[in-house]
Design a protein. Structure first.
Length: 275
């Protein structure tokens, strides 16, 4: 498998621009060899009026942000760090659904290389029970609703197990470990943006009801025993699936049903092989 120098080439943003010409997501692409966070750059561009579909890509991030205040490990050249500006005409209360739309799009893209990829609520993509991708959706609000949403996506593509930081080695995985070959980052980014454009259009035209079955079909969770940490509260129970609004439904041990709108999910007994 290609290692080191073959992989230390800058992202070919011109090739991505050519692939996305005439499409909505990715028709304007900004590339940085290094930046603090592509989400922060995209936020500033959106505040300055950048169009929906504008994409920011970096080869490395110095302050990559994850969900729940975590950081996102962003070593150079190996992976994909990408943020997209969305301007969805939806109510503020519907914004959390976008996190699931983005998750389903990433999982569908990854399945083109690894057909057994699954989703952990709300939008982590898993391979062999380890995280291959995460997404951070951040929104800015104006008095009458959503000004814009930044969909920030990190995908571990060409990072090898022995290059992962020690604390991530049993939790994270690179897609190349599954394929046994280096992933073409431009081809992956094009596939991801095409999937996201398609699911986002479906969501805007038909609502979350059209996304929910696709998310559930990709889910690693349904029927599994979970522990969920939700702002200082801990729940344990069996995952039932998604509620109409995208919340996670859990059957608690006392038989009651709990819906989770935010939080950190752990699968208690791990994942069966291959899931
Ligand atoms: C998570 O699973 O915690 C979400 C990780 C999101 C990481 C991506 S990398 C591109 C974009 N820029 C950031 O700073 N974060 C997101």
């Amino acid at each position: 498998m290609a290692r080191a120098t073959e992989l230390e080439l800058p992202f070919d943003v011109e090739a991505l621009r050519a692939a996305r010409a005439g499409k909505r997501l990715g028709r304007f692409c900004h590339y940085f060899e290094t930046t603090d966070s592509t989400n922060s750059v995209a936020q500033q561009l959106a505040r300055d009026g950048a169009a929906e579909g504008t994409v920011v890509i970096a080869d490395a991030q110095t302050k990559g942000r994850g969900r729940l205040g975590r950081s996102w490990s962003s070593p150079p050249f190996r992976n994909l760090y990408l943020s997209v500006i969305l301007r969805p005409p939806i109510a503020l209360g519907e914004a959390p659904q976008l996190a699931l739309v983005v998750g389903a799009a990433i999982a569908e893209a990854i399945r083109e290389w690894a057909p057994h990829a699954t989703l952990k609520w709300p939008n982590d993509v898993l391979l062999e029970g380890k995280k291959v991708s995460g997404a951070l959706t951040e929104l800015e609000v104006v008095s009458d609703g959503i000004a814009f949403v930044i969909a920030g996506i990190g995908v571990n593509l060409n990072i090898h197990d022995d290059e992962l930081p020690d604390e991530l080695r049993d939790k994270a995985i690179g897609l190349c470990s599954i394929t046994g070959a280096a992933i073409d980052r431009v081809a992956f980014a094009d596939t991801l943006l095409a999937r996201l454009e398609s699911l986002y259009d479906t969501y805007l035209s038909s609502g979350f009801a059209a996304i929910r079955p696709r998310w559930e079909q990709l889910s690693a969770l349904t029927g599994r025993r979970l522990q969920v940490d939700d702002c200082g509260r801990r729940y344990a129970g069996i995952a039932l699936g998604l509620a109409d609004d995208g919340a996670l439904r859990l059957r608690l041990d006392d038989g009651r049903e709990q819906t989770i709108v935010a939080g950190d999910v752990t699968v208690v007994d791990g994942y069966a092989p291959g899931r």
